[in-house]
Design a protein around this ligand. Structure first.
Ligand code: ZN
Length: 284
């Protein structure tokens, strides 16, 4: 967690030193108290908002998004492929965590997969398993395993509660750490905007936050594993990310603006591939 950013909100309102100190300590206590051990990643993450509340918010934001965009019928081959990959990945994840006695990781999940007609190369997953794939991504994924790699990556962000971590940080920075319900009642639009930004969803690329390097690393790792568990060859991730990177240029794909793509990505692929392959070949 980036402590520099977290203390930034107290900087200009206070100039009385002792008070500053006390509030600073209280603030740190709030942050420590708000940290929870993530069951998937084993990392302590800032988690000030109950996941169940985020899932509720996701339902309404997801439905609004679907109403405002052109959703492909599941009888089309593109949407059928997204549905198929989604069903295989979500099924494999459930089986895996149920088997480990960690069913609570997927508490409240009601998976939905939708494909929207859009030239943007993008995909995301809201809390509770609300997934959207944009048709503009499909020329880059090229095949089902390529698609599984991206969907696995997005689903990993959701299951590792990265959106919650970002939403919590944003609420501390911009709203003084009030409860989600209070924020929604007092500043509905700002709260909804924060939510969309925290999950990498938005119409303005400039307004979207990039995921942190650590969150990206975790999503790369578990994305490969989830795709492999679902029976897709994780090695497809390497040519996929190369195509993604080559597509970046004057107007990089929307996905790249929230998921920084660089040498680190390839390093992650090489680092996590052996473990992912064990799931693919049934050795794990
Ligand atoms: Zn990502």
């Amino acid at each position: 967690m980036q402590s520099k950013r977290k203390v930034a909100i107290i900087h200009f309102t206070l100039n009385y030193e002792p008070m500053k100190k006390i509030l600073g300590l209280a603030f740190i206590a709030l942050l420590i108290g708000g940290c929870a051990l993530n069951q998937v990643t084993g990392r302590k993450q800032l988690s000030l908002v109950p996941e169940s509340e985020l899932q509720l918010m996701a339902v309404s934001q997801y439905n609004t998004f679907l109403k405002e965009n052109k959703v492909l019928s599941s009888s089309t081959s593109k949407a059928a492929m997204v549905d198929r990959v989604g069903a295989r990945i979500s099924g494999a994840i459930k089986k895996y965590y149920d088997g480990k006695g960690k069913s609570s990781i997927l508490e409240g999940y009601k998976w939905e997969f939708n494909t929207v007609e859009s030239p943007d190369a993008n995909a995301w997953c809201m809390p509770g398993g609300k997934v959207v794939v944009y048709t503009g991504l499909l020329p880059l994924t090229q095949n089902e395993a390529g698609l599984a790699v991206v969907m696995g990556h997005e689903i990993a962000h959701s299951i590792a509660k990265h959106g919650n971590e970002r939403m919590s940080q944003a609420m501390v920075q911009q709203m003084g750490g009030v409860a989600l319900q209070v924020a929604l009642a007092q500043k509905p639009q700002q709260t909804q905007d924060l939510f969309m930004m925290s999950y990498g969803i938005g119409s303005q690329v400039g307004a979207m936050l990039p995921w942190s390097r650590q969150q990206e690393s975790e999503a790369d790792k578990y994305g490969l594993i989830f795709a492999a568990m679902a029976g897709y060859d994780p090695r497809e991730a390497i040519p996929f990310w190369q195509r993604m990177s080559a597509a970046g240029g004057a107007k990089p794909p929307e996905f790249l603006s929230t998921h920084p793509s660089d040498e680190t990505r390839m390093k992650n692929m090489n680092k996590y591939m052996p473990e992912a392959l064990k799931y693919y070949t049934g050795k794990k």
